[in-house]
Design a binder for this molecule. Structure first.
Ligand SMILES: O=C(O)CCC(=O)C(=O)O
Ligand SMILES: [Fe+2]
Length: 467
């Protein structure tokens, strides 16, 4: 394995895209800021050359024959539970449309850099976003990937050029949304819910759909670079196409495996919102894309999610077991818009966003006084902190920022000390030191103030003697 890399070039300053960097003459090693595998030594390479992933025949899912449909629903449920990933064949979307969407995507990435940079935006929810890596402002190691993300539903957006882009993308978005809706219906039934249950619950008809095009140019050191780091998708279902060049790997039974698609098929993966709504039965799948040194790879992911304002939580019928037993909900309710902002606004880091949503409910379940008191404490805490902050601003305004800072620094360990006294929390040496330091700050401030007052008094007295 070649592990020498060029000195840090700060490519971000010189190259606005990895495409430009890859096309720079004589590039035979990658800048160290792209050497992902040097800084992630624990990331194993794919062991298995190829495994067979489940294949879903879409025509059976929409069949009028109830037995065939039932079988397709069962297959779909098994694929979601065992893999979180499957291939969809016979979906009815014309091959010509799929080819055309590839061609126009390729043309977009071939536009002049300045034109593409016109779509470089700051906010993660801007409807058209061109960029490189994933979230370059948050990453130390960059991905060997340029991207274009376009929100195509509920409101349709599209870059102005290439000229035919808009017409093709609108049609492609509509057709893929139809396939995703049908799949979601089957998945809903496979969970024992009504066909339209999830779609209605999450307002899929006004759902967010995002076109994500990934451009991975050939890389001189593919064994060091990463196209897209391990992550799960934030939506419900992602329909992925690739230009016949492999690179996608999914995590299955703890190892990375290569997957390739049959011609004219979709690779579909379940996303975080499906994991939440199914209360963890259908886990979103970790996947990544590696790069190669021969051919550019383009993939197009259509991410289909709930509506922005849908509050996503485990479906309530799934929280009642046999004999009416309550099953705990494993995920805290959250608006999809907020989840999307959290996921897109950070660096790509496995399933860390979903873990945050899970952590709150775990804490709530383990809270001695019960779940409802946990949430009540959380909300009242947030409310009371607003008063505290107002008070701190008041002290800054009326006295000094120094006093305000000292009061805050002193109150924090006081809270800790009360927790030790009343809830018998541990009191390790760090807590002791921080308590001593803040009390020292507090006392020395007042001692200083006292000295100042005494000095002023003396001056006044002396002054009155002189006059
Ligand atoms: O390029 C690929 O195969 C994967 C792309 C992907 O995971 C994504 O865009 O979310
Ligand atoms: Fe993905």
């Amino acid at each position: 394995m070649t592990s020498s890399v060029a000195p840090l070039l700060q490519p971000r300053d010189n190259f606005s895209s990895v495409k430009l960097l890859a096309e720079s003459p004589g590039l035979d090693s990658i800048p160290s800021s792209y050497a992902y595998f040097n800084t992630h030594p624990h990331e194993s390479i794919a062991s298995d050359p190829q495994v067979s992933i489940p294949v879903i025949d879409f025509s059976l899912l929409s069949s009028n024959n109830p037995d065939q449909r039932l079988q397709a629903i069962r297959d779909l449920g098994r694929a979601c539970q065992d893999w979180g990933f499957f291939m969809v064949v016979n979906h009815g979307i014309p091959e010509s449309l799929m080819n055309a969407i590839f061609d126009v995507t390729n043309e977009f990435f071939n536009l002049a850099e300045e034109e593409k940079m016109g779509y470089e935006t700051k906010h993660v929810l801007d409807p058209i976003r061109y960029g490189t890596s994933f979230n370059a402002s948050k990453e130390q190691i960059f991905l060997w990937r340029d991207f274009l993300k376009v929100f195509v539903h509920p409101d349709f957006h599209c870059p102005r050029s290439p000229r035919v882009f808009s017409e093709l993308l609108e049609e492609y978005a509509k057709r893929t949304r139809g396939v995703a809706r049908e799949l979601l219906g089957g998945i809903s039934q496979s969970l024992g819910l009504e066909e339209g249950y999830i779609a209605k619950l999450l307002d899929f008809d006004s759902g967010v759909q995002i076109y994500v095009a990934n451009y991975y140019p050939p890389c001189p050191q593919p064994e060091l670079a990463m196209g897209i780091a391990p992550h799960s998708d934030h939506g419900l279902l992602t329909l992925l196409l690739q230009n016949g060049v492999g690179g996608l790997q999914i995590q299955h039974n703890g190892t990375w495996v290569n997957v390739n698609a049959l011609p004219n098929s979709f690779l579909v993966n379940t996303g975080d919102q499906l994991e939440i709504v199914s209360n963890g039965k259908y886990k979103s799948i970790l996947h990544r894309a590696v790069v190669n040194n021969k051919m550019k790879r383009i993939s197009i992911a259509m991410v289909n999610g709930p509506s922005f304002d849908a509050c996503v939580a485990p479906a309530s019928p799934l929280l009642t077991g046999g004999h009416g037993n309550q099953i705990p909900g494993l995920y805290a309710p959250m608006k999809y818009r907020e989840y999307l902002e959290m996921q897109q606004g950070n660096k790509l880091d496995g399933k860390s966003c979903l873990d945050r949503v899970k952590a709150i409910t775990r804490e709530a379940r383990e809270f001695e006084l019960g779940q409802s008191r946990y949430y009540a404490t959380l909300v009242s805490n947030a409310f009371l902190w607003q008063f505290f902050l107002l008070g701190a601003i008041g002290v800054t305004f009326l006295v000094s920022a120094l006093l305000s800072g000292i009061v805050i620094a002193t109150l924090l360990p006081v809270t800790e000390s009360l927790a030790v006294l009343f809830f018998h929390e541990r009191f390790p040496v760090e807590k002791g030191i921080s308590l001593a330091l803040s009390l020292w700050g507090f006392l020395s401030y007042f001692y200083g103030e006292l000295q100042e007052i005494k000095k002023k008094k003396k001056e006044v007295e002396l002054g009155s003697v002189c006059t």
